[in-house]
Design a protein around this ligand. Sequence first.
Ligand code: NAD
Ligand code: UDP
Length: 312
Amino acid sequence: MRVLIAGAAGFLGSHLTDAILKEGHQVLGVDNLCTGSVANLSHLKAEPRFEFCQQDICSPFEPKQVDYVFNFASPASPADYTRLGIETLMVGSAGTRNLLEIAKKYRAKFLHASTSECYGDPEQHPQTEEYWGHVNPIGPRSVYDESKRFSEALVMAYHRYEKVDTRLVRIFNTYGPRLQMNDGRVISNFLTQALRGDELTIYGDGSQTRSFCYVSDEIEGILRLSRSDEHAPVNIGNPTEWTILECAKAVLRVTGSKSIIAHRPLPQDDPSQRQPDIGKAIRLLKWEPKIDLDTGLKLSLDYFRACIEAAA
Ligand code: NAD
Ligand code: UDP
């Protein structure tokens, strides 16, 4: 297959690129580098089955025949999508539409990276795919949440009206090597702070929860969904739920750091709890994550150490 991966220079897109190349396919990576980095793809310079095209997917473009389209292009960390609010709304609307038009033209299969943020600050816990969510449509997170919800509606519309063969993955907090060190996400912040001996910044009292999935588990779940015929959304994430305070303690344990914990104001509309119900993924894809948080943090240490050295 010739596979188009939008967002290929990002954290998840670059790992997905590696996984698809490993399966023997060709990859056309498309990215405008607004939050990603070519450094995430530098190991593929001599790979003849990989091409890179610097391109904003909000503008129509011609990739030539492709057999599968993966849409992983979007600012994803709260700091990035707050800085790039309008760009985030556009990539989830015009950008997703351009990619769906490409899939329609070439009769390519399509998989869209959606998010647990579609559930907003959830009142149902854990979150199943049937839950419609509790989202503030005009708050600071709305540029991301509504972009992602609009993309889901668009993907379902192209499936229903244009018969495009689509899939939707709802990704829960994923971490690992190639996260940008400065993207403000909790694991990148805590690991960088702990390794530097700086204060670990907990927003609010740290009682809010997240469920963290290591990147190799997440990519395996996404690949299995890509081969299935399920068109409705599927949660892919690690169901073990952690408070942010417990997460900070795990980072201190794994790094052996003596950093102290400092509290900062909780951002507006920060979801108070988040935990995927992965029953559907288990039934449909025979998929479950294997790597626990301590192991995943250990697997991420060398990468974060190298980033800190490079920045020094
Ligand atoms: P990332 O910021 O590392 O990667 C996103 C990539 O998309 C970047 O390389 C960026 O330059 C590119 N991009 C953004 N706008 C673009 C545009 N208009 N045209 C072309 N390229 C563009 O983020 P990530 O964590 O790898 O996230 C990838 C996808 O997965 C996103 O759609 C995100 O919403 C989704 N997701 C990620 C997580 C997570 O925990 N990492 C959780 C839920 C959903
Ligand atoms: N968070 C924190 N300290 C940080 C960064 C994040 O306490 O330095 C909290 C944030 O308020 C949220 C959780 O950690 O409750 C996860 O934040 P992240 O930005 O990683 O992603 P989110 O799940 O909110 O999209």
